[in-house]
Design a protein around this ligand. Sequence first.
Ligand SMILES: [Mn+2]
Length: 325
Amino acid sequence: MNKSLTMKELASKIREKKSTLIFCHRNPDPDTLGSAFALKEILKHLGIAVNVCCADKPNAKFSFITGEDLLNEIKIDEYERAIAIDVGSSKQLGDFSCYADKISLIIDHHEMSERFADYYEDFAPASAMIVYELALELGILDSLGERFFSCVYAGLSGDTGCFKYSNTNKRAHLIAADLVTRGIDFAKINNIIFDSKSIGEVSAIRMAYENVELLLDGRLAILLVTNEMKSKYGITDDDIGDIVNTIRQIQGTLIAVSIKEAGSEGRFSISSRANADIDVSALCAELGGGGHPRASGATLYASSPSEALDTIRTLFSKGVLGYGK
Ligand SMILES: [Mn+2]
């Protein structure tokens, strides 16, 4: 795969003394937040004024990454440049996608990336890993503090499912080992990301197991979450951010898909996961979405929840039925 920039070129762009606004992707996860705030530490170290912004509010438990420093309202003209991190397409900027043409640099690891600006990518397990490599390239790794290392770890652990997804590689473990030797509280970080659930998230898990639909002999698990269900179970969008990972745990599942009604205008947010070698990003691309081969998403417009469900049943059945053929 071609990179438009080498790591050296990326490093020299980063060194440019320009006040910077960093964009995260919508529905922010630990990788987009961790890599953005780790990059912020790098820029601060280089004496560059910097802020991080996101169109959506993160889950409150990620405040150990963001502190009070994540902007939700921005004045883009106050900055000399804008960088997007972990953002695979301009759509992924959510309500900030109107600023896409102001962004001059993208740092990302999504295979289906739209590359809407100068671009660095190496298909690393996490964008946070690229930011770590960037600090190495800049020769400043040892000058950075605990905050940088914790942010990198959060992103790396977040996107590798605590180092258990198939995207985890030797380099990810070696970097994690380095971060651990630098004294970060990795147990606390992993506990917050993976093992700490609000009552709402627990209700969401109950809702998921009560409502998951198993198709094709259990090889396809689909969960539709309507606005009505959210109020019935007393759950918020935050509580179901990660719900697709709950239904993918059912034995025999090859593909798990969640369909979440978003707002009231027939918009549905689709998240899919593959437990086998099935490229769900290609299926999501048919809906204009994308991501990684085993973890992808899309936005679907449908006139009703049942129409959305029909579309998703048909599309992802294709993936299951084509598997192994
Ligand atoms: Mn990522």
